[in-house]
Design a protein around this ligand. Structure first.
Ligand code: CFM
Length: 543
């Protein structure tokens, strides 16, 4: 017997939400809230400033640069030039894990340290350059690292400390330590997305291409946009090894500076998180001739599909056979668990409002559990992440984006070497290969589902009240509000205490965690305190 549950109609839900806003705000928010049609994808307003006064989920440019892209690198000393809070709050809260690295007095895992210049009022008034120079020297003297990176926070941009000149000066002085800096002041751009771009530009300029070591192996590739949250990269490393695929550099989960330096030695770039790193894939291809395509290792089916794509790219029957064997073995275990759990999760609703790629990728896992992603959106993605890269030429570049440097890249006179000839690339394209492409989230979402960019806290509450989803996925800022509304909440940034969720074994972990959450009876017993004490809300409102 199948039961059809009547869901609220999405256009009506949207109108009801917008009704409460002042007219101007409603007009602007309306463009960022669309009802999906995978056959005729509507345009989504994205990567624009958040309206002042609205509670947003977004982070800042510094978070995207220092926290996201450089955060998982273990042997670069990352110094935050700014007040101590910025360094402290970007210190391991994302659960990006790493191998221990070398141990001993010159051990090269610095992730357990939080390095900052700890700027004080007097540094803001008289300048912080002296303090930064001293901090770089101190870090060098104590640890003798291969590299030191400096990150600007808001006040540094406002007072004009020249972090790049100081880094150059210290690099020359040391001779055996690469020092480079990032002008990633928090206020730049409209979200952490600007920070990804700034981070990638500097890594490309100052690091990529400096090495000349290629790891042993026949099939050597880089993985771009994988950040080893909750051990995801460890699981993917295991999987690649069992397939006989050699991982050269991962940007930047479980990575080292040496990996980045040798990134141009691989024969393929696969891109996981398109939003944060597509720039690097494009630049490496132009400069060194390494093709890229999009993969997704979240979800068992997507993992199998991505592995097959990689095997086909290398065009070796032995590799294709080995990959098929691994898929068959791993899938058997995954399917057994999925079949057991699915009757308990089938037909339930999920909502995902996360970053710039996970709100898409995790829908595959929910699909495997028979669940529908009824509403989803990103915090800071661009239109191409929603609608696909085909809209790139139509995206209007505004003043905020123009502020972020676009590197002009040319083929390297010595190191450029096309890994596939034009003919080979064409043949692969004819076989259905989508190089340099990403179709975005909306092609894979149901007709009538809601897609909302940069969702506000108010909009989130209204969605939950309307649809009563079985699970809501977002981050720590939303977690406890959602739970107080009686809905289980899964953090897809840090995974709470769970993970890995990537690859086949990761899928099994996710199925089990979601099963436990959506079938726990405790959520129905939650009665939020504000229902019984309305006067508290009133007092706050009039205070
Ligand atoms: Fe890419 Fe990320 Fe994400 Fe991202 Fe992030 Fe993250 Fe994320 Mo939190 S790089 S866009 S800036 S997949 S930290 S590992 S979980 S918001 S969806």
């Amino acid at each position: 017997m199948s039961i059809t549950i009547k869901r609220p109609e999405a256009e009506a839900v949207k109108s009801a939400i917008l009704e409460k806003y002042p007219a101007k705000v409603a007009k602007k928010r309306s463009k960022s809230m669309v009802v999906n049609d995978p056959e005729a994808i509507p345009a989504v307003q994205a990567n624009v400033r958040t309206i002042p006064g609205i509670i947003s989920q977004r982070g800042c440019c510094y978070a995207g640069c220092k926290g996201v892209v450089l955060g998982p690198t273990r042997d670069i000393i990352n110094i935050t030039h700014g007040p101590i809070g910025c360094g402290f709050y970007s210190w391991l809260t994302r659960r990006n894990q790493t191998d221990p690295g070398e141990v001993g007095p010159n051990g090269e895992n610095f992730m357990m340290y939080c390095f900052s210049t700890d700027m004080q009022d007097e540094n803001i008034v008289f300048g912080g350059e002296k303090k930064l120079r001293a901090a770089i020297q101190e870090a060098y003297d104590i640890f003798h690292p291969k590299a030191i990176a400096v990150f600007a926070t808001c006040p540094v941009g406002l007072i004009g400390d020249d972090i790049h000149a100081i880094s150059r000066e210290m690099k020359e002085k040391f001779g055996d330590c690469n020092v480079f800096a990032f002008s990633c002041e928090g206020y730049k751009g409209v979200s952490q997305s600007a920070g990804h771009h700034i981070a990638n530009n500097q890594i490309f300029k100052h690091v990529v291409g400096r090495g000349n070591t290629r790891p042993d192996g026949k099939y050597v590739m880089n993985m771009l946009g994988e950040y080893n949250i909750g051990g995801d990269a460890f699981e993917l490393e295991r999987l690649m090894e069992s397939c006989g695929i050699t991982l050269n550099a991962t940007f930047s989960g479980n990575s080292t500076i040496g990996d980045f330096e040798n990134a141009h030695m691989a024969d393929l770039n696969v891109v996981m998180c398109h939003r944060s790193i597509n720039y690097v894939a494009d630049m490496i291809e132009k400069k060194y001739g390494i093709p890229w395509f999009k993969v997704n290792f979240i979800g068992a089916e997507s993992t199998a599909k991505s592995l097959r794509k990689i095997a086909q790219y290398f065009e070796d029957p032995a590799l294709i056979e080995r990959v098929e064997k691994v898929i068959a073995e791993e899938m058997a275990a995954v399917k057994a668990v999925a079949e057991e759990i699915r009757p308990r999760t089938e037909g339930k609703l999920a909502m995902l409002f996360v970053g710039g790629s996970r709100a898409h990728h995790y829908q595959d896992l929910f699909r495997e559990l028979g669940m529908t992603s009824i509403a989803a959106g990103y915090e800071f993605a661009h239109r191409d992440d929603y609608e696909g890269r085909r809209v790139l030429p139509t995206i209007q570049v505004d003043a905020d984006s123009r502020n972020i440097e676009e590197l002009h890249v040319e083929p390297d006179p010595e190191k450029f070497e096309p890994r596939k000839s034009t003919d080979e690339m064409q043949t692969l394209s004819q076989q259905g290969y989508e190089f340099n492409d990403y179709n975005g989230m909306m092609t894979e979402m149901e007709k009538g589902s809601l897609v909302i960019d940069d969702i506000s806290h108010y909009e989130m509450e209204r969605l939950i009240e309307t649809y009563h989803p079985a699970v809501f996925c977002a981050g720590i800022k939303e977690k406890y509000c959602v739970q107080k509304m009686g809905v289980p909440m899964k953090q897809l940034h840090s995974y709470d205490y769970g993970g890995p969720y990537a690859g086949f074994r990761g899928a099994v972990n996710f199925y089990r965690d979601i099963d436990r959450m959506v079938n726990a009876k405790v959520w129905k017993l939650v009665r939020p305190p504000w229902l019984d004490t309305p006067q508290i809300t009133a007092e706050y409102a009039t205070a």
